[in-house]
Design a protein around this ligand. Structure first.
Ligand SMILES: [Ca+2]
Length: 518
């Protein structure tokens, strides 16, 4: 009897660990500028994302996942290094002007920042390569040029990653990308990157691999095929009629509605490309033994660039200091550890991927490297992690109307400190996720305490700060914003309404996209 019992215990143990492997593969999918509510699974009734939804349902969906910055390069550096932005120093998108080079008639001179992923750090791909993983990068890098390309930071293969933050030739071949071969004219860049990643998975099915698929979409230029525009133009026409898509929030107009048919086409193409990668894992039998991570580098673009989406009910979007600028889709699927359809509401950030991946792959942690990241493995197993503070630092202006500021999240409380005038805003995210009720005046003690803690942390990492601009003229600045709030808003209302008219076309050749098939 005892022997029979032991046999079943042993069988149960073996079954429970059937999917666990010593060296699971890793695939990180990073979308550029995708907002939290740009996916059906997150509640969008306009965009369609069946493949990404399938991925999210297959594992754990973090409902309070954050990028470490409101714009791209800093968040990307945090994923590579496991650190918050003020610590690694890449606090702005690389290429943005700073100091006296800033000429936009603002009150402050933006701080200096680090303009390439530091060579002395051990980026995640270096750690994985050292552990015997085959490493691969496809898509947008934006963490430095010559000397700081993906291949300088541990990626053995680089397809398309270089110093630029947007695709030089747009989303259809010819790409004019110095790090990838052109496809046939009209080929979709997004689908190509998905296919390249799927091919890499097939070719390396018999060895552990670490792949990062970093889409250039859904960043501007906002472009899609005529076919997808027509599809979403038709579905927008079935929605309640909108006459006013934009609302002024402090600086610029902010989109309040999701009905941009070109952007919707980009979301669908991105989703289809993710589907190619998931299909390759299925085909090769690697789904169970592969960790798949999905997230984005900053919020959806509701102001600036193409004013393409809305992050409501979150306030603001890319570039802004509110939740719309930093909250992201944040999924991790690893069937050996995560349960399908599980969710977790603990606040987590892109800096956490580094230690999480090391632990899931059975590798030694590198605490001196991923200083601000925390392994999410206990959360994946439905256990808990110690509560910790989260910090964001953006001593810059951007193209989306964001203001130079630092953020501090402590439990459900969020403090925003503004450098232009030194004021603070305080929100209780547990009851006010849309950040409409500033509690700084009714909670002065908490506000002062949090500002002090934030300052102490910023000093401890030698953060850079903006300085007053000696050229500042209040009248000129006021006139600039008045123009943006009147002429720009009117222009946006008109041009965005036109996109839904049946005879709309962006140019004579539809960006040369007629021939795209998938
Ligand atoms: Ca971005």
């Amino acid at each position: 009897m005892r022997q029979v019992f032991s046999f079943f215990v042993l069988l149960a143990l073996v079954t429970a660990n059937a999917a666990a492997v010593d060296r699971p593969n890793v695939v990180i999918v990073l979308v550029d500028d995708m907002g939290l509510h740009d996916l059906s699974i997150e509640g969008s009734t306009f965009y369609e994302s069946p493949h990404i939804d399938r991925l999210a349902r297959g594992g754990m969906r973090f409902t309070q996942g954050y990028a470490t910055c409101r714009v791209c390069s800093p968040s990307r550096a945090s994923i590579q290094l496991g650190q918050f932005t003020a610590r690694h120093g890449v606090t702005n998108w690389i290429g943005a002007k700073s100091g006296m080079e800033w000429k936009r008639e603002d009150r402050l001179l933006p701080a200096e920042y680090v303009r390439a992923l530091p060579a002395e750090d051990v980026a995640i791909a270096e750690a994985m390569k050292e552990a015997g993983y085959r490493t691969f990068f496809a898509g947008k890098w934006h963490l430095g040029g010559e000397g700081s390309l993906p291949t300088d930071h541990g990626y053995e293969i680089n397809i398309g990653g270089h110093h630029r933050g947007s695709p030089p030739g747009g989303f259809f071949a010819p790409y004019r990308n110095p790090e990838m071969e052109d496809g046939p004219a009209g080929e979709s860049l997004t689908m190509r990157l998905g296919r390249e990643t799927a091919d890499f998975i097939r070719e390396n099915r018999n060895r552990p691999f670490f792949a990062m698929l970093s889409f250039y979409s859904v960043h501007a230029p906002v472009q899609t095929s005529r076919e997808l525009w027509a599809k979403y133009q038709a579905s927008a026409a079935e929605m309640p009629k909108v006459t006013n898509r934009f609302k002024i929030d402090r600086t610029l107009p902010v989109r309040q509605v999701q009905d941009h048919p070109v952007y919707a086409g980009m979301v669908e193409t991105t989703d289809r490309a993710v589907g190619k990668v998931l299909d390759a894992l299925e085909e090769t039998g690697l789904t169970e033994s592969t960790i798949v991570i999905f997230t984005s580098d900053n919020g959806g673009v509701s102001s600036g660039d193409a004013f393409a989406t809305s992050n409501l009910p979150l306030r603001g979007g890319k570039g802004r200091q509110w939740e719309g600028g930093i909250r992201e889709p944040f999924y991790l699927r690893y069937p050996a550890v995560t349960q399908a359809n599980s969710t977790c509401s603990v606040p987590v950030t892109g800096a956490d991927f580094y230690p999480t991946i090391l632990e899931l792959c059975g590798l030694q942690p590198r605490p001196e490297q991923h200083v601000d990241g925390v392994s999410l493995v206990p959360l994946l197993k439905k256990q808990s992690i110690a509560e910790r503070p989260l910090y964001w630092h953006y001593p810059h202006y951007d193209n989306q109307g964001g203001e130079p500021s630092s953020l501090f999240r402590d439990g459900d409380w969020k403090l925003i400190h503004y450098y232009e005038d030194g004021r603070n805003e305080l929100y209780d995210l547990s009851v006010d996720p849309s950040e409409v009720s500033d509690l700084s005046l009714t909670h002065p003690v908490r506000t002062a305490d949090m500002w002090e803690q934030l300052q102490t942390w910023l000093e401890s990492v030698e953060a850079q700060f903006p300085e007053p601009d000696p050229r500042f003229s209040p009248a000129k600045t006021e006139a600039k914003f008045r123009r943006m709030q009147t002429e720009l808003k009117d222009r946006l209302e008109q041009s965005h309404a036109k996109m839904l008219e049946p005879d709309w076309k962006p140019n004579a050749t539809w960006w040369g996209s007629f021939v795209t098939e998938d």
